[in-house]
Design a protein around this ligand. Structure first.
Ligand code: PGA
Length: 253
């Protein structure tokens, strides 16, 4: 089944408000001619969301956030809730990125709670899964990503699952310049799709599974040519308009 490819830039802790405005202003006109054939989003840090929202207004470029808290409000110093993100113009929320898991104590259980909060605010979660190098070398890749996917999505039924995007990001490929081969990516994506089918039947065929981990202009098209690779979650290469747009164009090939 044909799924519209979805490319999202994860800016991580980069870009001030002024820099975000500048990058979005460069990207927005480049996205217009895509005519909806690829869905494109950027996820700036919280402080730059409002500036980015204003700069992309009227363009097909969409706004994402990099994390969220599962409660709507309360005594959670430093946290930001899904309704707050919605009001800031956000549409997509990255949940369970491996940096959150490794550096900030994110677990499958907190991912599950965050996904629920994102959906409750009518936002769209991008749920990240991925194995470490040690796990891959121990032959545990499919076991690990399967556990993360089932854990993060547990309790969700078919209609809610349709709003989810999954991102497969092998930890060893993130920021290292070492990309998974397209065959390695396809193997994992196919396994993730099989799990999604168990969870929601034929609805799984319309769920996008992005690949992430050192996606660059020169490998993006090959990765996204795989049958179950439905787009990309791009870190470093999303910080430069030219590189990011070349990756987006790679989704058209
Ligand atoms: P990278 O990051 O493209 O810089 O490897 C991807 C990600 O962490 O989402």
């Amino acid at each position: 089944m044909a799924r519209t490819k979805f490319v999202c830039g994860n800016w991580k802790m980069h870009k001030t408000q002024a820099e975000a405005r500048e990058l979005v202003r460069a990207l927005a006109p480049l996205c217009a001619p895509l005519g909806g054939k690829v869905q494109v989003a950027v996820a700036p840090p919280f402080t730059a969301l409002a500036a980015a929202a204003e700069a992309l207004r009227g363009s097909p470029l969409e706004l994402g956030a990099q994390d969220v808290h599962w409660e709507k409000q309360g005594a959670f110093t430093g946290a930001v809730s899904a309704p707050m993100l919605a009001e800031a113009g956000v549409k997509h929320v990255i949940v369970g990125h491996s940096e959150r898991r490794q550096l900030f104590g994110e677990t499958d259980e907190t991912v599950r709670k965050k996904v629920g909060a994102v959906l409750a605010a009518n936002l769209l979660p991008i749920v990240c899964v991925g194995e470490t190098l040690a796990e891959r070398e121990a032959g545990k890749t499919l076991e690990v990503v399967g556990r993360q996917l089932r854990g993060g999505l547990s309790g969700l039924q078919a209609p809610a699952l349709a709003a989810v995007t999954v991102a497969y990001e092998p930890v060893w490929a993130i920021g290292t310049g070492k990309t998974a081969t397209s065959a390695q990516a396809q193997e994992v994506h196919q396994a993730l799709r099989a799990i999604l089918r168990e969870l929601c039947g034929a609805g799984a065929d319309s769920i996008r599974i992005q690949y992430g981990g050192s996606v660059k202009p020169d490998n993006a098209a090959e990765l996204m040519s795989q049958p179950d690779v439905d787009g990309a979650l791009v870190g470093g290469a999303s910080l430069k308009a030219d590189d990011f747009i070349q990756i987006v164009r790679g989704a058209l090939r």
